[in-house]
Design a protein around this ligand. Structure first.
Ligand code: GAR
Length: 207
């Protein structure tokens, strides 16, 4: 049976598009992206998804309390029987209600080596801190910002000549690569959690 992925985004949607390309090419086997949801109507990611024939909806968050909004999004995902939620440049914190609706079934990608540089503009933060390496992190999502158990990371060296934009561009290439890999492992159930540690296994879990 195919697994259903739901993607949430707020902007450009290159990670969403990379996941869609990976599904189409069989790098994420036995899966489909069943719905893409954006909290911003103008997000380019909506058009990118539609161009691939994926159902994409804007659910504007304006004027709604966090939980009231999350109820709408959770309902849209449940309607599509989503097994795994992938945050892809989704610039909102999830409520406990949302997290409880998809236990251990929400992934996020963040463009730094967490726990360093959570939050906004992590590439600029890394440069201004003087870090020599940064990168990206795929992690399970809890109610805290960029904080859940780490699933996968990739390291990107910082060059003296880097600006936030050039660094972001090199990190983004790694984001697209590791997000595909992480989604595949999670959908295949090839991991177990030991405390905060995500251990990748050869065999799928029983459940
Ligand atoms: C990506 O770099 C993603 O890692 C980051 O926003 C960008 C979205 O680009 N996400 C975060 O900072 C979340 N804390 P995209 O829309 O082209 O995928």
């Amino acid at each position: 049976m195919k697994k259903h992925i739901g993607v949430l985004l707020s902007g450009r949607g290159s990670n969403s598009d990379a996941l869609a390309a990976s599904v189409a090419a069989g790098r994420i086997p036995n899966a489909e992206i069943s719905i893409v949801v954006s909290n911003r109507e103008t997000a380019q990611g909506i058009e990118k998804a539609r161009a691939r024939g994926i159902e994409a909806r804007a659910i504007p968050s304006k004027g709604l309390e966090r939980e009231a909004y999350d109820k709408l999004v959770v309902a849209a995902l449940q309607e599509k029987n989503v097994d795994l939620v992938c945050l892809a440049g989704y610039m909102r914190l999830l409520s406990p209600y949302f997290v409880a609706a998809f236990p251990q079934r929400i992934l996020n990608i963040h463009p730094s080596l967490l726990p360093a540089f959570p939050g906004l503009e992590p590439q600029r933060q890394a440069l201004e801190h003087g870090a020599k390496f940064s990168g990206c992190t795929v992690h399970f999502v809890d109610e805290n910002l960029d904080a859940g158990p780490i699933m996968m990371q990739a390291v990107v060296p910082i060059e003296d000549s880097d600006t936030p934009d050039t660094l972001a561009e090199r990190i983004l290439r790694e984001e697209h690569r590791i997000y595909t890999e992480a989604v595949r492992i999670v959908l295949e159930g090839r991991y177990r959690l030991e405390g905060r540690r995500v251990l990748v296994t050869k065999q799928a879990r029983e459940n």
